[in-house]
Design a protein around this ligand. Sequence first.
Ligand SMILES: [Zn+2]
Length: 253
Amino acid sequence: MEEQFLNLFETEKYARQLPLIKKEGQIRLKTEKITVIGAGGLGQPLLLYLVASGFENIQFFEPDIVETSNLNRQFFFHKEHIGQRKGEIVRKALMDINPSATILWQNDRLHAQNLEEALQDSGLVLETTDNPELKFAVNDFLLRSQIPGFIGGVGMESGHIVPIYPGKACYRCIFREHLRNPFLSLLPPIAGIMGSMMAYLSIAFLMGNHRIFDNAYFLQNGRWFVSAKEFSGLCPHHSGRSGSPDPPDESLQ
Ligand SMILES: [Zn+2]
């Protein structure tokens, strides 16, 4: 593999984070293939912080068209974009932030049957859509394929992020059935907070902090709850397990 390094511009650009991430961590951000599903209210702040922090190998899936009601929270879009393809505009905005990045926009609408082909070579998957069925399908695929990921959702004044990781409790351990219409109303900054949090968790994962996968993260009416994920007897993946998850495997980086 070609030796990776940071050039002078990158060393200066990332000067405030390199003491925390270290050169090796920054190179990992640069090279790890990340998939983001959805580039809407939650996906845009997530993608913004991923690219700004130095992730340079990103594919994102976004099949929708810009609508007027997107404009209050999907900040890459302006009035003149209404009716255009979301993915094209988001990709251009991200490339403006970092022209060196490889940002691949995929127009496919994902569902249980095409997830494998879409996600199989990802190092980390971030699910941000308002489609409950897709959240469960992504959970099941990630467990099957042993790819780590985060599933995020927002609605009203609340949001959740559930990390998915082999050997840990999953989305189905926490949510037994599809959330009923949780996405119809939303205060815009909630999406910003949760998208930014997903970006933070992505960086923490690549820095080797696997303890983040032990918890589920909830924001409810302005208050954070971080609860330890527990296996559920009702989860089809984890019905044989009970109690707390395995301790983090520090050898997995
Ligand atoms: Zn489970």
